[in-house]
Design a protein around this ligand. Structure first.
Ligand code: FAD
Ligand code: EPU
Length: 338
């Protein structure tokens, strides 16, 4: 385990923002973590844990020790005729883990194909897409308490998952380094194709017999058609959450804007499509210097090349204000602002 100083973070964030880290280290094993916790530079500096850097916006140089998690390994922990427990180390690339499970015919995370980032970050904000969230197949995770060095196992309940939320995003922020995540996957798949675009894409592909492989491919096709590839245009996926509003607010908006895109929730509230709100505010495709609102998906802010984190952040503030003025709805940022 080595510590380097004054490292450029540009290759380590999918927004492609230029910023430096005061200190930087790569963790390849649990022993590395234990060694790090005793290091004088760890004790004398704040720290920040980094996975694939696909859900962060760097608005300044990071005056901290960045701990890049690269723990590797996938292990089948328990198997029955019905299901299987698969433990995945935090530094494994999420999409590669999904592909591994599909190849083995382990079902449950196929709808989450092509989400960037590492497995260790997946419980942080309970990643979700196309009608599925990781909490649906999550079994437990292991994390090291960065103060005591103790390894703690968190059950699903202990993680307190919500929509793009978990206990690690707030109460335990920066307190634990997640080292592995275990999923309970099914050998008898239940297909989730209720999300409209999937059915349509399966039709386009000419699929008559469903499989987790074909669903994964449909999701990959849809995502590739509208989400910008960070290798080409810097971004961190949806910049804002889809806001939840009361029925009263929904009724008011639906009355004024009959085309409003909204989904009813079990608690009688509604979730609004933030992308629709932003597009209807006339902001889709807007560009200020190299910071922009994506042309095909208004929920995604992009860096066309040399935008600074502050420019992207300021653009997000403008989006918040314009949407709030038009609809009286305050969007919440989903990306972690550093
Ligand atoms: P990072 O960005 O490195 O870190 C994110 C947060 O997690 C930080 O606060 C970091 O400190 C913390 N963290 C990371 N690893 C650990 C660890 N081992 N222990 C403790 N804390 C840790 N998200 C969705 O939910 N659904 C989508 O459909 C989706 N689509 C996307 C599409 C694109 C093009 C992009 C760029 C992003 C998308 N995202 C999506 C967001 C992103 O992929 C996820 O949030 C992903 O889980 C982030 O993983 P990461 O390893 O890159 O995390
Ligand atoms: N819409 C518009 N204009 C736009 C974008 C969207 O009108 O520019 C409307 C469309 O009418 C569509 C609706 O919004 O019916 C929903 O759009 P989409 O299916 O693209 O999904 P989203 O709500 O924009 C969410 C997640 C994505 C996830 C997709 C698919 C959040 C914040 N975002 O996006 O997650 O991949 O659904 O399930 O919940 C991420 O978190 O980074 C992310 C990309």
């Amino acid at each position: 385990m080595q510590l380097s100083s004054n490292i450029s973070l540009k290759p380590f964030n999918t927004f492609g923002i230029e910023a430096t880290a005061k200190l930087f280290t790569v963790i390849n094993s649990v022993e590395d973590i234990k060694e790090l916790l005793l290091h004088k530079d760890y004790k004398s500096n704040p720290h920040f844990i980094l996975g694939g850097g696909s859900n962060i916006l760097l608005t300044q140089n990071v005056n901290a020790l960045i701990i890049k998690n690269e723990l590797k390994g996938i292990e089948i922990v328990k198997e029955t005729e019905e299901d299987v427990l698969v433990k995945c180390a935090a530094g494994e690339v999420w999409h590669e883990f999904v592909m591994y499970c599909i190849a083995k015919n382990f079902a449950g995370i196929e709808n989450l194909s092509l989400i960037p980032g590492n497995t260790g970050a997946s419980p942080m904000q309970n990643i979700g897409a196309y009608g599925v969230e990781i909490k649906d197949t999550f079994y437990e995770l292991e994390a090291i308490d960065l103060q005591t060095g103790k390894c703690i196992t968190f059950s699903k309940q202990a993680c307190d998952f919500g929509y793009r939320e978990s206990i690690f995003k707030h109460r335990y922020k920066n307190q634990f380094i997640i080292t592995s995540v275990t999923f309970k996957l099914s050998k008898k798949p239940v297909f989730h194709i209720e999300y409209g675009a999937i059915k349509q894409e399966l039709d386009n592909m000419g699929i008559s017999e469903l499989s987790i492989k074909s669903i994964s491919q449909a999701v990959i096709n849809i995502r590739s058609s509208k989400l910008p590839d960070p290798k080409q245009i810097g971004n961190s996926g949806s910049f804002f959450k889809n806001p939840e509003v009361t029925k009263e607010t929904y009724d008011r908006l639906k009355n004024e804007f009959p085309a409003l895109v909204a989904y009813p929730l079990v608690n009688s509230n509604y979730k609004l499509a933030a992308g629709w709100l932003i597009e209807q505010s006339g902001l889709k495709g807007m560009r200020k210097g190299d910071a922009g609102v994506h042309k095909l998906q208004a929920l995604v802010l992009v860096n066309y090349g040399k935008a600074t984190g502050k420019e992207i952040y300021d653009l997000s503030t403008e989006v918040l204000e314009v949407v709030n003025r038009k609809f009286g709805v305050l969007l919440e940022r989903e990306v972690n602002i550093i």
